[in-house]
Structures are given as structure tokens and as C-alpha cells.
Design a protein around this ligand. Structure first.
Ligand code: SAH
Ligand code: ZN
Ligand code: ZN
Ligand code: ZN
Ligand code: ZN
Length: 459
């Protein structure tokens, strides 16, 4: 899920660049203290790539201190009374109902006649008649239909707070594309990690169409979903520290789901918030892969669990660092509640969000109606603007626009870039040179600008 509402992809690119913010993640330490979101992660401040200062623990899930202000120095001595207070705090900061209680409530809710089915928009909760009183001053939705119960992502408001949940829901077209692709590839089980809308599409089809055989298990930190799904359909999970809130039983549910009995192949699909903790995500995904491997028969020892990791293209090198077997697909994933990232031609901007996968690229067929075509040399589907570069011998565009080859950089670059002789690399014409800031962007000499550079006069 993309995060940067109101800012363009370029800003997001800068904000999310590795090292931005000056914090380095050291990871999940064995005896890490816990906050309401499970074990905290170990961080250290950095300056110019070097670790600096004391290491500290902070919440894994919330990058906004307003959402969870857990903080502890690594070498800090925590008193018994503070530990007890912390435990008490963690206990009291859990959801008011357990998953099981929510299931009990749901059973009673669906027995109610339509006229008595109410949903509190303020508390984001299905209400039973005896609770109406308590919510009398709240905004309520009435006559909640079965169709609405099957689309909780429409009923619940998206948690858009930038830093923590960043809930950006797939546009129907993208969700349908993903599901069709999954089915065409022969998968029958989907581990949906932070993809409630995909999960919902699968669940709702399974309940309507008798010969629809795909099953999904949703892992998400958004506990509101436990009102709509059983413990076999939803696990309260934190993907930054691989934490199952309901403990071993939930982990076991997940492990069982990953068992490929009766040849039902499984794929994991994830669309995490992209706040920069790529290594934390990668480490959790590796643990999920290991859970899958545990369940595997001998013949698959060398294999990896198939996966779609949905993430912006400018994280390509970060993802490949952790998953060298992955390839980035050109398909642009679109979102409903993100005005900036609507589809190319009709929306204001092209989505920067892509699918990264460890499946063979040529198997990922992209829709011709949307302009994607097959490059026989690259053996993968590419976007219409992505031209095969003879020199690079690959379809080099990352953002869907046609890139151009720079002979000096020896690679393809964005169409808006020019080779800067000062910096000795390609950059936006508006960039500030690292060396002589005042010189011409093209030749580097003082006294004229790029538009009047004598070295360009022949063209
Ligand atoms: N496009 C997806 C939603 C992606 S938004 C869809 O339409 O289905 C990111 C999702 O990740 C949200 O559902 C959010 O609740 C979930 N999420 C955010 N932080 C998380 C965390 N730490 N652990 C697990 N899930 C998280
Ligand atoms: Zn209420
Ligand atoms: Zn090509
Ligand atoms: Zn090139
Ligand atoms: Zn160049």
C-alpha cells in the first residue's frame, strides 16, 4: 500500500530512499521488549552511513509516535515496577473483544432481520440490539446487507494515517487482474498478507460460486477484520516482526493453511505499507516461507514459496538485495482511495506500484487491452512505452515511459534526464550540480544555460 498521499511518486521516492531519515534497522533481537504490537525492533541513528549513538528499541508497526510511543535504550535498566506497568499497558491496549467473541457476535448478527442490522461508523463495529443505546450519539449505518458483510473493506473506513496503517485498497480492476492471474497460474490457496480486498474478493466468490475452489487466509494488523472472518480465515498479524497476536494457535493455523494437501498450490500475496522497513518485511516473509517449507515434501527442498510482493518500483534494488530470485513486473497496480495513483491514461498520474515475484516472468501474462506486450528477447510482458534497448539488451523502463540510452552513463535513463558533465551522470535539468553549481548543465561551463549551450547547437 502506498503511503504518500498528496505527494508525487518522486517525493515518495526521495522519502523512502534507503538511509533517509538517518535510522538504521538492526532487526529483531532475541530478548526484545514488547509493546502492544509485539516485540519491538532494534534501531540505531546513522549519519553518512555510519552508526552513531546509542541503540534503541521502538515499535515495529508504528512509525508515528502518536500511534505507539514505545521507546527503550538497548542498554537501559528497566525497573520491576516499570516492567509490570508496561505489561499492564500492553494488556489494556488490546482490542476490547477477542476474535472468538467477535465470531460469536457475528453469528448473532447474521440472525438479525435486516431492519436490526446496524454498524457504528465511529466505533467501526457491528452492533447487537442491546448495544444501540450506548452508540445512540454515533453515526450508524442501518440495514447492513449480506453483500455488505461480504465486503468489509467497503464498510470499514480505510486507515489512511500515513505512517502506520497506510491502507490503500486495490482498484477493482487491479484486484480482479491479480485474482485471474493467480487462478490461471493454477494456485488454489492464497496467503493474503495485508491484502484485505483480495481476500474479500476470494471469500465472496467462494460463497457465491459453487465451483470456485480458491481459498484465502488473511494476515493483517487491522483487527477490525476479525468481526467478519473466522479464526481460519483471518489472523491478527504484524508483518514487521512476524508476530501472531493470538500466539501459537494462530501460527499453527497459518502453517496448516500453507500445507499443500491434495495438490492445492499456494501463493503468498502481500501489499505492505512502504515506510522503508524493507529488511523487516523481508525477514518476516522469509519466516513465512520457512513455515511453508516445513510443510513441504522432499521434492521441493530447493524451492521457494511462490510470492507476489506488491511495492513501488523504486524499491527494486532493495527487494532484490533480500530476494535475488525476484523480478519486477511492469504491471501498474492501481488503488481506489489514492487519487494520485490511478491508472495512466485516465488518472492524473501513473501508479509507481509494481508486482515483484519469484515466479518465471514469462508466466505473468499482462493484459493486452491495457497496452502490455510480450518482449521475446526479455521473455516477459512489458508496458507499451517500454522499448527494448539494443545496447542494454533489455526493456529498461521502470516507470512505463520510454527511457533513453545514455552512452556516457552506459545505461538507459528517464526521458526527462540529461547527461550532466559536471556530475558526470544523468539527472534532471533542474538538479543542483555537486561541483560547480553555476555552470551550464550540458557542458559545465559558466556564462550560459543549457538551452543556449553551444555544444547543443548542431542538433
Ligand atoms: N491493496 C491492499 C491493501 C494494502 S494497504 C488491498 O486492497 O487489499 C496495507 C495493508 O497492510 C492494510 O490492510 C493494513 O491494515 C496492513 N498493515 C499495515 N501495517 C501492518 C503490519 N504491521 N502488519 C500487518 N499488516 C499491516
Ligand atoms: Zn459507536
Ligand atoms: Zn526487451
Ligand atoms: Zn540502454
Ligand atoms: Zn548520462
Amino acid at each position: 500500500g502506498c503511503v504518500m498521499a498528496g505527494s508525487g511518486a518522486a517525493d515518495a521516492e526521495a522519502l523512502c530512499a534507503p538511509g533517509a531519515g538517518g535510522l538504521a534497522l538492526l532487526g529483531l533481537a532475541p530478548n526484545a521488549p514488547t509493546c502492544p504490537h509485539g516485540p519491538a525492533l532494534l534501531f540505531v541513528k546513522t549519519s553518512q552511513g555510519k552508526e552513531e549513538g546509542r541503540r534503541f528499541y521502538a515499535c515495529s508497526a508504528c512509525r508515528d509516535r502518536k500511534d505507539c510511543n514505545f521507546f527503550q535504550w538497548e542498554d537501559e535498566k528497566v525497573s520491576k515496577s516499570r516492567l509490570a506497568a508496561r505489561e499492564e499497558y500492553n494488556r489494556t491496549h488490546q482490542p476490547s473483544h477477542t476474535h472468538r467473541q467477535n465470531m460469536e457476535r457475528y453469528k448473532n448478527f447474521v440472525l438479525l432481520p435486516l431492519a436490526k442490522r446496524r454498524f457504528c461508523q465511529e466505533c467501526q463495529q457491528l452492533l447487537l440490539p442491546e448495544e444501540w443505546e450506548k452508540h445512540s450519539n454515533h453515526q450508524l449505518l442501518c440495514e447492513i446487507s449480506t453483500a455488505q458483510l461480504q465486503s468489509p473493506s467497503q464498510l470499514l473506513y480505510p486507515l489512511e494515517n500515513k505512517k502506520t496503517n497506510a491502507q490503500y485498497l486495490f482498484a477493482d480492476r487491479s484486484c480482479q487482474f491479480l485474482l485471474d492471474l493467480i487462478i490461471d497460474l493454477g494456485f488454489r490457496r492464497v496467503l493474503s498478507v495485508g491484502t484485505p480486498r483480495l481476500h474479500e474478493m476470494i471469500q465472496s466468490k467462494a460463497s457465491k460460486e459453487e465451483d470456485f475452489r480458491v481459498r484465502s487466509l488473511l494476515l493483517d494488523i487491522d483487527f477490525r477484520y476479525s468481526q467478519f472472518y473466522t479464526e481460519d480465515e483471518f489472523c491478527h498479524y504484524n508483518m514487521f516482526n512476524h508476530y501472531f497476536f493470538a500466539g501459537e494457535a494462530a501460527r499453527e493455523t497459518c502453517r496448516k493453511f500453507l500445507c499443500q494437501d491434495s495438490g492445492e498450490r499456494v501463493i503468498m500475496v502481500t501489499d505492505p505499507p512502504f515506510g522503508g522497513l524493507v529488511e523487516a518485511l523481508a525477514s518476516s516473509f522469509k519466516r513465512l516461507m520457512a513455515l511453508w517449507k516445513d510443510t513441504e515434501k522432499e521434492d521441493a527442498i530447493s524451492q521457494e514459496m511462490p510470492m507476489f510482493w506488491i511495492f513501488p518500483y523504486f524499491f527494486e534494488s532493495r527487494i532484490l538485495e533480500f530476494f535475488p530470485s525476484f523480478t519486477m513486473m511492469d504491471y501498474q497496480v492501481d488503488y481506489d482511495n489514492h487519487a494520485l495513483y490511478k491508472h495512466g491514461k485516465t488518472g492524473r498520474r501513473q501508479s509507481p506500484v509494481r508486482i515483484f515475484t519469484n515466479l518465471t516472468p514469462r508466466m505473468i501474462v499482462l493484459p493486452a487491452e491495457e497496452g502490455y506486450r510480450f518482449c521475446a528477447i526479455c521473455q516477459r510482458y512489458v508496458s507499451s512505452g517500454n522499448q527494448h534497448c539494443e545496447i542494454c539488451n533489455s526493456c529498461t523502463s521502470k516507470d512505463g515511459r520510454q527511457w533513453k540510452h545514455c552512452f556516457l552513463c552506459k545505461k538507459c535513463v528517464k526521458p526527462s534526464w540529461f547527461h550532466c558533465n559536471n556530475c558526470n551522470c544523468c539527472a534532471l535539468p533542474t538538479h543542483t550540480c555537486e561541483k560547480a553549481a553555476a555552470g551550464c548543465f550540458v557542458c559545465g561551463q559558466a556564462g550560459h544555460k543549457r538551452s543556449t549551450c553551444p555544444s547543443l547547437s548542431h542538433s
